[in-house]
Design a protein around this ligand. Structure first.
Ligand SMILES: NC(=O)c1ccc[n+]([C@@H]2O[C@H](COP(=O)([O-])OP(=O)(O)OC[C@H]3O[C@@H](n4cnc5c(N)ncnc54)[C@H](OP(=O)(O)O)[C@@H]3O)[C@@H](O)[C@H]2O)c1
Length: 374
């Protein structure tokens, strides 16, 4: 371990009181205890709905004072004494899904959500409170993934894939659907409905499912965004959400057998027809990955689910193994998103208000990224 490179203090965005404006502060830089590393944040993505998280509108459960944030791309600045693989200078993907080391069911989204239960609460109130909207962040070693920088970012002439490093931030958007699709064992050659498919995680789900070898039926309200998804290739079909279950089922069933449905509904879609239509379109032994953020109960077509042996699988985030498997898809080039992922704009920490607005406007669209470069 060498902590020589660490400055005594660094800049971080802090929310002192829940829902109140963020403040750029100079704070002490943590030292890396066993089991952790300090990373210098290079790119910290801003999710489309973060403005409404941190102004309190979405009522996310988190504690204050807090340094907000989520997953990020960084460089390892210092490691705890028990690091075995991660080394200073490594380019890493930090995943914000923190689990109890003695209870993997205790789960928080660092900087965003304290999850459910006392174990999760202890994680967020204690060691893992401050996240990535900062120059430096202390993170658990097991949440770091070394990126093969040479392979991913060097020029194709030199055997690389030619990604711009900031494009790698897209991993954050892709991991959520990958976790859900993997949890229902989506196979190459199967057909999956993604709905709604026109948002940030929804559009990423279409790209990820294609990369996993599936055919995708993208459902949504916005025909312009659906057309962009259709243009991804011949394995994408689109169906409009029209507010009529019968009509939607008819449109979906035109595409033959459907094996799976990936639900990524936002809370606003509580009364949308797509959830029921997608389930009623599944073939025998169809599977549903429920990753949507509904706040209230949604009715399910119980009899159809029973008669068709349908599996409903809830999923919050994903595992470390999922992350490793996903990075394999990216690093081998099996999943190639170089032409899909675009950085809309980058911001310094002090520009957080404008950054949140730009993310709200552009961050929820196919391949579009907004981020801090602290
Ligand atoms: N389980 C997990 O681990 C996990 C992780 C991350 C996120 N989530 C959840 O996933 C949700 C969606 O994420 P996102 O990035 O796609 O959000 P987003 O970028 O805000 O996009 C929202 C999507 O929902 C559609 N929509 C909005 N209101 C609708 C309505 N009334 N009826 C039908 N469709 C509607 C939008 O379609 P238009 O284009 O037509 O507006 C868009 O496709 C989040 O709200 C969050 O709760 C879950």
């Amino acid at each position: 371990m060498s902590t020589n490179a660490l400055p005594q203090t660094h800049k971080a965005l802090v929310q002192e009181v829940y829902g109140e404006p963020l403040v750029l502060k100079t704070v002490p830089t943590p030292q890396p205890p066993p089991g952790a590393a300090i990373i210098k944040i290079i790119y910290a993505p801003i999710i489309s709905y973060m403005r409404d998280v941190y102004n309190g509108k979405r009522k996310y459960g988190y504690v204050t004072p807090l340094v907000p944030g989520s997953s990020a791309i960084g460089r390892v600045a210092a490691t705890g004494p028990d690091a075995t693989l991660i080394k200073e200078g490594d380019l890493v993907y930090f995943d914000c899904t923190i689990r109890g080391r003695d209870d993997s069911g205790a789960l928080i989204l660092m900087g965003l959500s304290r999850g459910i239960g006392d174990g999760s609460k202890a994680l967020m109130e204690g060691e893992w409170r401050d996240c990535t909207f900062a120059e430096y962040t202390k993170v658990p070693l097991e949440n770091l993934f070394r990126l093969d920088e040479k392979r991913l970012c060097s020029s194709p002439v030199d055997g690389g894939l030619g990604y711009a490093p900031d494009q790698l931030v897209w991993i954050l958007q892709a991991m959520v659907p990958f976790g859900g699709l993997r949890s229902i064992r989506l196979q190459a050659g199967e057909t999956v409905i993604v709905a709604p498919a026109t948002g940030g995680f929804g559009s990423a789900a279409v790209v990820v499912a294609l990369g996993m070898g599936a055919r995708v039926i993208a459902m949504g309200r916005n025909s312009e965004e659906l057309a962009k998804l259709k243009a991804l290739g011949p394995r994408v079909e689109t169906v409009q959400i029209v507010g009529d279950v019968e009509k939607e089922v008819e449109s979906l069933k035109k595409f033959g057998r459907i094996d799976a449905f990936f639900d990524i509904s936002p809370r606003e879609a509580q009364n949308s027809t797509h959830f029921k239509s997608a389930i009623l379109s599944l073939g025998y032994e169809g599977r549903v990955s429920m990753m949507g953020g509904f706040l209230h109960d949604v009715p399910i077509p119980h009899r159809y689910i029973m008669r068709q042996d349908i599996t409903l699988k809830g999923k919050w985030m994903y595992s470390r193994e999922d992350c490793q498997a996903f990075l394999g898809l990216m690093t081998t080039g099996v999943l190639d998103v170089r032409k899909i992922v675009k950085v809309v704009e980058t911001f310094k920490l002090e520009e957080w208000e404008k950054a949140f607005d730009v993310a709200a406007e552009h961050g929820g669209k196919l391949g579009q990224l907004v981020m801090f470069t602290p």
